[in-house]
Design a protein around this ligand. Structure first.
Ligand code: NAD
Length: 514
């Protein structure tokens, strides 16, 4: 494997008051509430402002001291969103869409800044941010700005009843709370902020404590785009300090969460008490099923892609399920391909695999692999930390012979670790693929069209890719089955969630002018 030691100097936190310099980009570390930067003094702490440290996974160096929000900041943000809501909802769809298009332009203009800060903060590859992720972040606003005009801007849909006219309208719900994870912070936040705002709602975002910084830049961009104060708010903090009070807040009307299953259980309980509709995008343990009629080059290419973002991808195909007649060749080629990946500093364009997000997560991933090997799985590649690089770099790992039902085949590892299993019949392939409590995605590689139709229909997943991977239009639905989530977003499904759909039934007679 090619090594790429972090050769950029590990920077000490460069912070002047609330302004941090991250990769040469100025980042304000205060909350964004009601169109203003806010740093509240903590009650009982003699006027001190509580902060937390965000640490770069690249070299474990501290990056910034970020204001730590709590109930007071959440109350202020929800109040600001509620105050802004009537004015924002009263704008025409076209007026709102124009502002959202300016946000998209602002993101586009700052792709380099956003990429540099996100890469330093969460350790994802800069080349992915520059070329894929950040353009898609802009698209999350532009697409829903256009889509709202096509789908919410028309005169209300009317249906004839028994002589009655039934007018169906899509009214914005109010205040939308959005809580996001660290593996793709800005992408996962904006994919919900875009449609929520386009539909006329106001938003309070709680970004992840392990990678909070790009949310602050987004706040700046929305301000520069002329978004009215209070329409978009950011409260930083941990799950316990800011996330929990936001989920319990009586002023929120929708709750969107992307993250892990255990946290989802806690949040679902809060939403149940609050009686707030929720949308959950959770974990996965997705299969890649490769038939003996598959284009093997394509299958191997898709398999090696699974090490992207050091495997910290919810949609990752962690379980490779391969026809026994090609398993040996497939495995050899996947191991060869993964061994050639360059591991190192994600700021270098040549790097393919970076570091894990935190020391704690590194230990979680190491624990999974150690227990898998103790259970009988055999590592054909990797199996432990990259000792040449040190820090949080874990080697791409390919495991075979994992015992049926063992932890490594059932639990989400969220690291650069894949397993390979075999099957003899189509029936067995489907059964293995569906043998999971998750159901986020499934990928199928086959050269047989009929088989592609048949098997894709039987796979239990919100998204099934056939001879492709990781492509989806924003107009299509996205979400997970089983423990991978609740609800669907994307296209009209987003507007179904972010609006209160109303049916007004007009009697055919009784008008003064009848
Ligand atoms: P996590 O559940 O630990 O945290 C996610 C967010 O929830 C963070 O912002 C955190 O501060 C907040 N949070 C934690 N406790 C909370 C509480 N009690 N109340 C309110 N908020 C709370 O998840 P993570 O480790 O940050 O992310 C990794 C997980 O996210 C993986 O399971 C991954 O599969 C999943 N994920 C899913 C998708 C998807 O679209 N399905 C996308 C990305 C990541």
């Amino acid at each position: 494997m090619t090594q790429h030691a972090p050769d950029h100097p590990p920077a000490a936190p460069l912070q002047d008051g609330f302004i941090a310099q991250v990769e040469g980009v100025r980042v304000d570390t205060r909350h964004w509430i009601g169109g203003r930067r806010v740093a509240l003094a903590t009650a009982g702490a003699e006027g001190a402002v509580a902060t937390f440290t965000t640490i770069s996974p690249i070299d474990e160096s501290p990056l910034a001291e970020v204001c730590l929000g709590g109930s007071a900041e959440v109350d202020a943000a929800v109040a600001a969103a509620q105050a802004a809501f009537p004015g924002w909802a009263a704008l025409s769809v076209q007026e709102r869409s124009e502002i959202l298009r300016r946000v998209a332009d602002g993101i586009q203009a700052r792709i380099e800044d956003l990429s540099r800060v996100e890469t330093r903060d969460n350790g994802s590859l800069i080349r992915s941010h520059r070329r894929g992720v950040m353009p898609r972040v802009a698209m999350n606003f532009r697409f829903f700005a256009d889509y709202a005009q096509d789908h919410l801007g028309h005169p209300d849909l009317t249906v004839p009843g028994r002589g009655h006219r039934e007018r169906i309208s899509y009214d914005p719900a109010g205040v939308v709370a959005i809580i996001t994870p660290w593996n793709a912070p800005l992408m996962l936040a904006t994919w919900r902020i875009g449609p929520a705002l386009a539909a006329g709602n106001c938003v309070v975002l709680k970004p992840p404590e392990w990678a909070p910084l790009t949310a602050s830049l987004l706040a700046e961009i929305t301000h520069d785009a002329g978004m009215p104060p209070g329409v978009f708010n950011v409260v930083q903090g941990t799950g316990a300090s800011a996330g929990a009070p936001l989920t319990r807040h009586p002023g929120i009307n929708r709750l969107c969460f992307t993250g892990s299953v255990p946290t989802a259980g806690v949040i679902a309980a809060a939403a149940a008490t609050n009686i707030v509709p929720l949308s959950f995008e959770l974990g996965g343990k997705s299969p890649l099923v490769v038939f003996d009629d598959a284009d093997l080059d394509l299958a191997v290419e898709i398999a090696v892609e699974q090490f992207d973002n050091a495997g910290q991808v919810c949609l990752k195909a962690a379980r490779m399920i391969v026809h026994e007649s090609i398993a040996q060749e497939f495995t050899r080629r996947v191991v060869d391909g993964a061994a050639k990946l360059t591991q190192g500093d994600p700021r270098d364009e040549a790097t393919d695999v970076s570091a894990l997000i935190t020391r704690k997560h590194f230990e979680v991933v190491s624990g999974f692999v150690e227990r898998a090997i103790a259970d009988g799985a055999r590592p054909l590649l990797g199996g432990g930390p990259n000792t040449d690089l040190g820090g949080l770099y874990f080697r791409p790992t390919v495991l075979v012979d994992a015992p049926e039902d063992s932890e490594i085949l059932t639990e989400e590892v969220f690291g650069p670790v894949v397993t390979i299993q075999t099957f003899a019949t189509e029936e067995e392939a489907v059964a293995r693929a569906n043998d999971s409590r998750f159901g986020l995605a499934a990928t199928l590689v086959t050269g047989d069209r009929d088989r592609a139709e048949r098997v894709s229909a039987r796979l239990d997943a919100g998204t099934v890719w056939v001879n492709c991977f990781f492509v989806r239009d924003l107009e299509a639905p996205f979400g997970g089955n089983g423990k991978s989530g609740i609800g669907r977003e994307g296209g009209v499904w987003s507007f179904d969630f972010y609006t209160d759909i109303k049916n007004s039934v007009f009697a055919p007679s009784g008008w003064k002018d009848n």
